[in-house]
Design a protein around this ligand. Sequence first.
Ligand code: ZN
Length: 311
Amino acid sequence: MPVFRCGICGSQSWQALSEMDGKTGCPLLTALCLQCAVAQVTPLPDAETLHAFYAQAYREAYKGVRRPKKKHVARAARLASERLGWLAPRLFPGARLLDIGAGGGEFVALARARGFDAEGVEPHAGYAAHARAAYAAPVASVPLDALELRPDFHLVTAFHVLEHLRDPVIALRRLSGCLSPEGALAIEVPNLSYQHAAPRNTFFAAHLFHFTPETLISTAARAGLRPLEAQIAGDGAVIRAIFRPGAGVAEAPPASLAAEIMALYARRTWGRYLLSPRVWRKLPARLWRVAEESFWSLRCRRAEDIIRRLA
Ligand SMILES: [Zn+2]
């Protein structure tokens, strides 16, 4: 029996939510904390293994490349444009932005093209080098725990980062240390309570923690952050939330949440997934998106041209 200690609340009370890595089919225990309802890979990998993985192997393992291809740029640029649209009400010309886990730098490059003073950090050396070479985007190749904390950013963004980290509460505290007095922190993570995911599309070795809207807010409260807004996006698959430092409504998630999550995953089968009309209804939009991204990646000679088109 593995030893479980929740990385968020410290509880040792758990239940197995999944026992397989959906990507590889290899054994992988993801345990649900029965106290705070956050799910986590058990045991967690040690810090050195994780550093080495993100610095050298993550993109290769997940995308098969050392630097993004144009089709990856087209997708990342479309997402960057959507995210900037979401954040637009909180931005002003010249606002200082810091993007954590900046990937190939598309968000930083597009934000700069739209008049913001954006920079990024990305642990993967090849992706950070691409950001600097393709867009002249200031993206430093450093892991989060080596990040110099300067409290002068109006907005710090971390899209699909928190679920990859060994200690999300400490990471959130570090990120809030980068905020200016009026600054805010924008977080995007996959939604554990998404009802319509394919059965093998949730649990991977790289996703160490899994949140619902309620547990993301209660986790952030442990880092001294209160929510300004939280919304479900991407057809329910994604949580987007904005936080500010400050004592918040640190409400614990409802006691029934862990049981609801266990029930949701017990119901998740390929049969139910394939018979769900919602899955089929979203297929045309998905195909259109892929076609559009392929079109722009073929049409544009350089990655930079894809960004310029959306600027
Ligand atoms: Zn817990």
